[in-house]
Design a protein around this ligand. Sequence first.
Ligand SMILES: CC(C)=CCC/C(C)=C/CC/C(C)=C/COP(=O)(O)O
Length: 261
Amino acid sequence: MKRPTDERKDTRSQFTADSSLRVNYLTPKCLPSESPTRRRGSSSSTGSGSGQGLPEEDGIRLNPSFIRVALSSLLAIDLWMSKRLGVCACEDSSWGSVRPLMKLIEISGHGIPWLAGTAYCMYKSDSAPGQEVMLNLLMGLLLDLVLVGIVKAVVRRRRPAHNRMDMFATFSVDRYSFPSGHATRAAMCGRFLLAHLVLAAPLRVLVLLWASLVGLSRVMLGRHNVTDVMFGFWMGYCQYNLVEMLWLSPQTLQGLLGQLA
Ligand SMILES: CC(C)=CCC/C(C)=C/CC/C(C)=C/COP(=O)(O)O
């Protein structure tokens, strides 16, 4: 027959074993200092009051580890998915025959054709509103190059191991993969075109399709991991908001040029 004190002891050890299990799973590094023996010792020396403090203590210590475990799982899924989707990474990959088409889509989202095309349209445009729109797209494209360059230089995530670095016209920061510059540009320019050009419904669908294909082609070519592209789309989406906030009107431009002269 159990005495009341034995029961108290049993409940406590059960509770301690349960919390040590949680620590075992989530914080392997904490094990030496968080060993069940130490806990049991400390709780018996301080009585049941300190036993009640344990879950709170664990909660505080588990949170950072939980985030770490979640992030490493996400990273593992990201790497696994990116490798599986990198089906055009080289000619002898499973979808190697589609590689030329993917490279064509890559060029359609490259900075040089976008900058040159926008500058040309601005020069050719015979209306002031048309020139204003093209000037702001040009500013947006330059802003995009700067912001992506900064994030790439700070994060310094390497491109996937299966990528062949045969890209046309790159900067030194383009050896890094996070975020995808093509994805930021596709998202920002896609939003810009949809907002500022009067396009028929099929053309609007085409713009969305193009932006999605640019993102997909980055992973299929093995240039990027999935998260590089997803973050790139989000960053490009936000960059468009920034372009709208910093919108240059002809008056602002004249003022700026007047100050420079
Ligand atoms: C006028 C001027 C500064 C032009 C530079 C345009 C240029 C070389 C852009 C780089 C575009 C590029 C290769 C970005 C990398 O894209 P990811 O998707 O691989 O990050």
